[in-house]
Ligand binder design. Structure first.
Ligand SMILES: [Mg+2]
Length: 289
């Protein structure tokens, strides 16, 4: 069932009050504004959260719908915390724009382009991860070097809270880490360069470059809140038609609910929403390519 965001704050699993069914006409209005864009996160949005990033996969239903949607949207973009290369390999749908590392790099024309100011930090990230691995051996913690950012996952730790505290403590003790920003998501600590820009900035660049009139965005974690807020700003400043959709799960952070306009109940409901969206988009327009 498709559901709209509740005003109730809930920190484990939300109580929902209203069906997205009530919002379908609004979404149809958004679809009528061209050029239009569908953008989405990957993990927890079109892919179930898995014990390790390598075990996660995009469901066949989502992939098929994305293929069906590409001809009917002017821009279809994956905006992920994964590297752009990884995001592309995982989704494997032609015609998409793959934005990786929370907006710091983009797969385009056969190669990955990192923002030059972020590129500078690659060696720093490597140095910090090397030092973290040398200093702290925490069972169940997985360190992932993604080039211009890094993820330290503690999902498999037997005591996640203890592991999280140990990771944050170790980061504090590594001198080189002071030149990086520390973020947290679902069972993960992220190290990112001290450069402005995240998923929201990436969305704004898409809007400006493609002169978009409408954007629908789906995401599930704290990093997606940046995109949700940017959509609100673009709507207020430029009259863009936008919709921020939160994909819910047992770990949904409260701020995700606070900034979303509509919620979907997990990846399975995203699958159903994308099928509906593809039918709606195809019914209204001839393909864009
Ligand atoms: Mg996610």
């Amino acid at each position: 069932m498709l559901l709209a965001a509740s005003t109730n704050r809930c920190y484990s699993y939300p109580v929902l009050s209203k069906h997205l069914f009530d919002c379908l006409d609004s979404i149809r209005d958004i679809l009528s504004s061209r050029p239009r864009c569908l953008a989405f996160d990957i993990d927890g949005t079109i892919s179930e959260i898995a014990p390790t990033p390598q075990q996660a996969f995009v469901t066949a239903a989502c992939r098929n719908s994305l293929r069906a949607l590409v001809p009917y949207f002017d821009v279809v973009a994956a905006v992920s915390g994964r590297s752009a290369d990884d995001a592309r390999a995982m989704i494997a749908v032609d015609g998409l724009i793959y934005i990786g590392n929370h907006g710091l790099e983009e797969w385009a024309g056969g190669s990955v382009l990192s923002r030059p100011d972020a590129e500078f930090y690659k060696s720093r990230i490597e140095e910090v991860l090397h030092e973290l691995a040398r200093r702290s051996q925490i069972a169940g913690v997985l360190i992932e070097n993604k080039g211009v950012t890094a993820s330290i996952h503690y999902r498999r730790a037997t005591q996640p809270k203890v592991a999280r505290a140990a990771i944050l403590q170790a980061i504090q003790e590594v001198k080189a880490a002071k030149t990086l920003e520390v973020f947290e998501g679902k069972m993960v600590v992220e190290l990112r360069p001290q450069v402005k820009g995240a998923k929201g900035s990436a969305l704004r660049r898409l809007v400006e470059f493609y002169k978009l009139a409408s954007v629908i965005y789906l995401g599930d974690d704290v990093t997606d809140v940046d995109a949700f807020i940017m959509l609100q700003k673009l709507r207020a400043a430029r009259g863009l038609s936008t919709l921020a959709i939160a994909v819910l799960g047992f770990e949904t952070p409260p701020q995700v609910l606070d900034h979303a306009e509509v919620t979907l109940d997990g990846v399975s409901e995203v699958e159903r929403f994308l099928v509906w969206l593809a039918k709606e988009a195809a019914g209204k327009d001839t393909p864009t390519i």
